[in-house]
Design a binder for this molecule. Structure first.
Ligand code: TRP
Length: 331
């Protein structure tokens, strides 16, 4: 079976952008591929979270992944830092990555202008760690959003350079596009993200979500109830596309254009369909939070399974580049 690898950072609470852009995709992929899904806590260190915040976030993200439907019997779910091969391979790959390649990374440029006080070497070499995440499993497919395609391209370049020097070692990982590539926040302007404060949390109650939807932007030209709306420019309508069935979307489209329904009616319908997805996820998350031993067990098993594959890769890499075997013995 073809291997797929992906990761999500334990920074902030999950929102529906994460669900649509990543988690929902992961659930689909676990049936088609041999899947490795990681909570990438080492990546999160680039923003230097408080230890207690990080500890909690790692568990919360893992709970969210499971609650969204990732099945630990079908996919390997683990915490990145519990598999030492990631950091080890990252160092090795960093010696095969020209600085010029890293300098071109637009995410680094953006982040370092946004938060100049947080520019550390980890932020700069972040894409190499991401490459290591993928390559340590010799994964061939990586579900990523469009903002991560440049990082994936860098991983492919690293593969080509490494394979060119040492013979075919890693496959070139290819992207698997998500079905919802760019989910906007409730401001209807920027990509949904916790740092923008425009998110709908995955674990929010129905009431909390409604408070946000109630005031969320719609078609800016539809000022009065009787004005016809334009679904194609309405962010709420795009959410219908994710959470409502085709018949409902067609009906909303028609009734918005003729002003048969107002924005509040449209939002109420969305709220109901959103809750139908979010409600069961919230309930499963509650059950998982109430049983910390079960989560420990799942993540422990996941780390063990991931480590077996990672160690296999590292043994091969060490051998090819002339490093001794891992551990105390020599020869
Ligand atoms: N950088 C990715 C993001 O922010 C997260 C990530 C880390 C990742 N390692 C990965 C994604 C490996 C895919 C594969 O979204």
């Amino acid at each position: 079976m073809v291997r797929v690898m992906s990761g999500i950072q334990p920074t902030g609470a999950l929102h529906i952008g994460n669900y649509l852009g990543a988690l929902q995709n992961w659930v689909r992929l676990q049936g088609e591929y041999e899947a490795f899904f990681a909570v990438v806590d080492l990546h999160a260190l680039t923003i230097r979270p408080e230890p207690e915040t990080l500890r909690r976030a790692i568990r919360e993200i893992a709970i969210g992944i499971l609650a969204a439907g990732v099945d630990p019997d079908r996919a390997t779910l683990f915490v990145q830092s519990q598999v030492p091969g990631h950091a080890e391979l990252m160092w090795i790959l960093s010696c095969f990555t020209p600085l010029g390649d890293l300098n071109r990374m637009t995410q680094f440029k953006d982040k370092s202008t946004q938060l100049p006080e947080l520019v550390n070497a980890g932020l700069f070499t972040y894409p190499i760690l991401q490459a290591a995440d993928i390559l340590v499993y010799r994964a061939e497919r990586v579900p990523v959003g469009e903002d991560q395609e440049q990082h994936l391209e860098l991983a492919r370049e690293i593969v080509r350079r490494f394979n060119g020097l040492y013979g075919a070692t890693f496959p070139e990982p290819m992207p698997v596009r998500s079905t919802a590539p760019r989910v906007l926040g409730i401001d209807g302007e920027a990509k949904m993200s916790k740092s923008k404060g425009n998110e709908i949390g995955l674990f929010e109650t129905e009431q909390e979500t409604w408070e946000k939807l109630r005031v969320a932007k719609t078609d800016p030209q539809r000022l009065r109830r009787q004005d016809p709306g334009r679904p194609e420019v309405c962010n709420i309508f795009s959410y219908h596309g994710y959470f409502s069935d085709a018949a409902t979307c067609a009906q909303v489209d028609r009734e918005c254009r003729t002003a048969a329904i107002g924005c509040v009616d449209c939002k109420k319908l969305l709220a109901r369909n959103l809750e139908a997805v979010k409600g069961p996820i919230r309930e499963r998350a509650l059950a998982l939070r109430a049983d910390p031993g079960r989560l420990d067990q799942i993540l422990g098993d996941g780390a063990a399974r991931a480590s077996r594959v990672a160690e296999e890769t590292m043994a091969m890499v060490r051998e090819r580049i002339g490093l001794p075997k891992a551990g105390a013995g020599h020869g």
